[in-house]
Ligand binder design. Structure first.
Ligand code: ASP
Length: 403
């Protein structure tokens, strides 16, 4: 234990990832140990989500509205979220139209037994708005429905500011205390991250093996390249343009949450770590981090947006269906909406894809074609989602401090 204290946590996590991959390949039959360790970690993180979102958004909105920054913060956050997601979609769309992985893999329609993935969901944009408003906030808490909790927390934070001085003092110190408490528990959970991440990676590699990549190699490569460009070029460029600081050093400092996102495939579960690292290690103000990050973990998903767009066009290519320019535009726009509506949980993006397929009349069974590699792509897209939230938070905080 004394040595583990000397090794920085992100190095411990990198070692855990490597050991997890090796164990998954060498001892797949013992993966239940990995599953057990991984689930303990995941459940501890999930346990924190609802109280953390509630307390952090209330604290963030309250202090932003006190300083008169609330609307500026809100507008900047939304502009950042929409524009980076659109950039991600554009990157994916260009790559999938150039590489054409679906034409290379067209034969998988005959080779593979396409599993009937028929979970079709009818969600319109208006439904997403309606779902944001909780009918019963306690039910939202018990079910862990993030959007209604966010909506309620914004209202609570905003209206506390309108109360009498005495009530403001009491309620703000109560929420501040709750937030600090959640951060303290997060500190303890982080210590378990290397074990949990080892377990999660071990279980995933043991379950899926490496063989599944064979038939979907070019599809995987297309999504991966898009995510690579967005993660290592587009977002760092945005970071640099606004802050003139080294984006790669920022990536290094964010490795713990990024690798946690990678192994849990859940932006929401990673949230406690993301907030903690951004505030305590990167030095972003609590006011900005506690508003921008929880919101981002559920509505800003650049990796998911990019993946949706590539996957749907890939499916059309495999089926030999030509997409007109206007259909490509519809795919881009619905990918954005779907990424906003998808929850920050594993494989949410895959389920939501039916909305885009329906919007452009593509066969829903197409999802069966890509399901095999989805769990792996989810890891990369979730890390990108969390990274985009973090870059946004840093840039918005930086701009706020400048003027
Ligand atoms: N797993 C992703 C996240 O939590 C969502 C998805 O694309 O499935 O950010």
């Amino acid at each position: 234990m004394s040595t583990s204290k000397k090794i920085p946590i992100y190095i411990q996590i990198i070692i855990a990832v490597i050991l997890g991959i090796l164990s998954g390949i060498l001892f797949p039959s013992h993966s239940s140990i990995g599953n057990f360790l991984g689930n303990i970690f995941l459940k501890l993180l999930k346990m924190l989500i609802a109280p953390l979102i509630f307390s952090s958004i209330v604290v963030g909105v309250l202090s932003a509205s006190k300083s008169g920054n609330f609307s500026k913060l809100g507008v900047r956050t939304l502009i950042y979220y929409v524009s980076t997601s659109m950039l991600a979609i554009l990157t994916g769309q260009i790559l999938v139209n150039i590489i054409k992985p679906g034409c290379i893999h067209a034969s998988i329609l005959h080779m593979e037994k396409v599993s009937n993935f028929s979970t079709s969901i009818e969600i319109r944009f208006t439904d997403t708005i309606l779902k944001m408003i909780p009918e019963n906030i306690f039910r939202s808490f018990t079910k862990g429905d993030v959007l209604p909790i966010i909506f309620f927390s914004i209202l609570v934070g905003f209206f506390i500011g309108k109360l009498k001085e005495r009530d403001v003092k009491f309620l703000s110190s109560m929420f501040e205390g709750l937030y600090n408490l959640m951060m303290k528990i997060t500190e303890f959970v982080i210590k378990l991250a290397p074990y949990g991440i080892f377990g999660l990676i071990y279980a995933i590699v043991a379950k899926s093996g490496i063989k599944i990549f064979k038939n979907l190699f070019y599809y995987f490569l297309t999504v991966f390249s898009g995510i690579f460009v967005h993660f290592f070029i587009t977002l760092p460029l945005i970071f640099f343009i606004f802050t003139r600081k080294n984006p790669y050093k920022f990536i290094k400092n964010m490795l713990s949450p990024l690798l946690t996102a990678f192994s849990t495939s859940s932006s929401s579960a990673t949230l406690p770590l993301t907030i903690k690292t951004m505030v305590e290690e990167i030095g972003v103000s609590k006011e900005v981090a506690s508003f921008v990050l929880p919101l981002g973990s559920t509505i800003n998903m650049d990796g998911t947006a990019l993946y949706e767009c590539v996957a749907v066009i890939f499916i059309a290519q495999v089926y030999g269906i030509h997409l007109s320019f206007s259909q490509q535009v519809i795919i881009a726009l619905t990918s954005l909406l779907v990424s906003i509506g998808a929850a920050g949980i594993p494989m949410a993006g895959l389920v939501m894809m039916t909305i885009i397929l329906k919007a452009v009349d593509l066969p829903l069974q197409g999802i069966g074609l890509i399901i095999a590699v989805d769990r792996f792509l989810d890891m990369f897209r979730t890390a990108t989602n969390v990274f985009s939230d973090s870059v946004g938070t840093f840039v918005i905080d930086f701009l706020g401090k400048k003027n």
